[in-house]
Write a protein that binds this ligand. Structure first.
Ligand SMILES: [Mg+2]
Length: 388
């Protein structure tokens, strides 16, 4: 298989909401179409990729560094011994002449291309991505469906407690059992009122509510909130301090007995391993949220899984950030604990296929070949326009 052309674009995925750290008014995403020389039903097979929300487009890195390296590579450098195009070998080619460390936007750019390559090879194989991953890297027995929770509860101008409760009721009505809200964007007193309001909607059951600080707190605020929310037995307390402040996280874990989740802003196996080594994370209760789309794609995520295994962690402790169709396939294939979901947000890239049904907080990736972005009509319109 040969890639005959690549088409990069940038689209807005903006929203009026904000968390404790940023607003999303200028959020955007790279989108990529890789057109191959494989012809099916008279049309070339095309692989699509995009970047997950939370980081901005990385289109220039894709165009200036990654794609030129792929196009300059000899066919033998991109194909394995069985003659199959290998996203893993392509990953090595893309990372030529890149120094270690400083992952940032580069990991986003590689993630976009890695996703498009996996979409392409699985379409060429005629199978959904989850099936291909399970056969190549898993146990051959993927999960039928994946646990998903509804992430929302953002701060927004004029948003009242009643609005917040109505939002959470909509999540429950659409099939979710577990919901998440933002905290840390106001003071503790106000946040506790917001938490109480949401738990009321959850029939008083705090274990169905996760709270997310988006890395805002210093240690004393982290501990002050920990003490205040401990009686609620929340589903998890997320990204409490700076994502790279492993010491803060470790101290928090000593004082907070319930689950902690973090990792959505760790973009490499090295960073994830440091979290396991130094972050005080507890394999019996805590959650790792590394988002494959932001952190060098599936090739690197498999290395993260290997590092977890070496440290005695189960893949069940992973629930990736992002709420997108790519991670959903990975979760089903590798028996992850679940996947995030942002109902109605970060469109058109976010969410699952248009016909996906959430039932009892579970959803299936579907049976379309590849990632199945053709099953997201509005998004597919943008992707298709890249190369038509
Ligand atoms: Mg988060």
């Amino acid at each position: 298989m040969k890639i005959v052309s690549a088409h990069v674009g940038t689209i807005p995925i903006r929203s009026s909401m904000r968390n404790a750290y940023i607003d999303f008014s200028k959020m955007d995403s790279s989108i990529l179409a890789l057109v191959s020389d494989v012809i099916v039903d008279g049309k070339p097979l095309v692989g699509y990729g995009f970047n997950s929300n939370g980081r901005y487009n990385a289109s220039h890195i894709i165009e200036d560094r990654l794609l030129p390296r792929l196009f300059a590579a000899a066919p033998a450098e991109l194909h394995n011994d069985s003659g199959e195009f290998s996203p893993s070998l392509a990953w090595d080619v893309m990372m030529r002449n890149e120094k270690p460390g400083g992952h940032g936007e580069r990991s986003v750019a590689v993630g976009v291309v890695d996703m498009a390559l996996h979409d392409l090879v699985t379409k060429a194989a005629g199978v959904p991505l989850y099936r291909w991953i399970s056969d190549h890297y898993g146990d051959g027995h993927p999960d039928d469906s994946v646990f998903v929770y509804a992430a929302g509860g953002y701060y927004a101008p004029g948003k009242t407690l009643t609005d917040l409760q109505d939002e959470m009721r909509r999540f429950l009505d659409s099939g979710y059992n577990v919901v998440k809200m933002k905290i840390g964007g106001t003071d503790l007193t106000e946040d506790l009122k917001r938490i109480d309001a949401v738990i009321e909607v959850l029939d008083g059951d705090g274990s169905r509510l996760a709270v997310d600080v988006n890395g805002k707190f210093d240690l004393s605020t982290a501990l002050e909130y920990a003490q205040a929310i401990e009686p609620y037995h929340l589903f998890w307390y997320e990204e409490v301090g700076d994502p790279l402040d492993y010491s803060l996280n470790a101290t928090l874990a000593e004082h907070y007995p319930h689950p902690i989740a973090t990792g959505e802003n760790l973009f490499s196996v090295q960073d994830a391993r440091n979290l396991l080594r130094y972050g005080g994370m507890r394999p019996d209760r805590d959650y790792i949220q590394v988002d494959p789309a932001l952190s060098y794609g599936l090739v690197e995520y498999l290395r993260v899984q290997e590092a977890l295994k070496q440290h005695g962690w189960s893949s069940k402790r992973c629930i990736p950030h992002g709420g997108h169709q790519f991670s959903l396939h990975i979760a089903a294939a590798l028996h992850l604990g679940g996947n995030e979901s942002y109902p109605g947000e970060f469109q058109p890239t976010g969410g699952f296929t248009d016909d996906a049904v959430i039932r009892d907080s579970h959803v299936s990736p579907g049976e379309l070949p590849g990632i199945g972005l053709e099953g997201k009509a509005e998004f597919y319109r943008h992707l298709h326009a890249l190369h038509e």
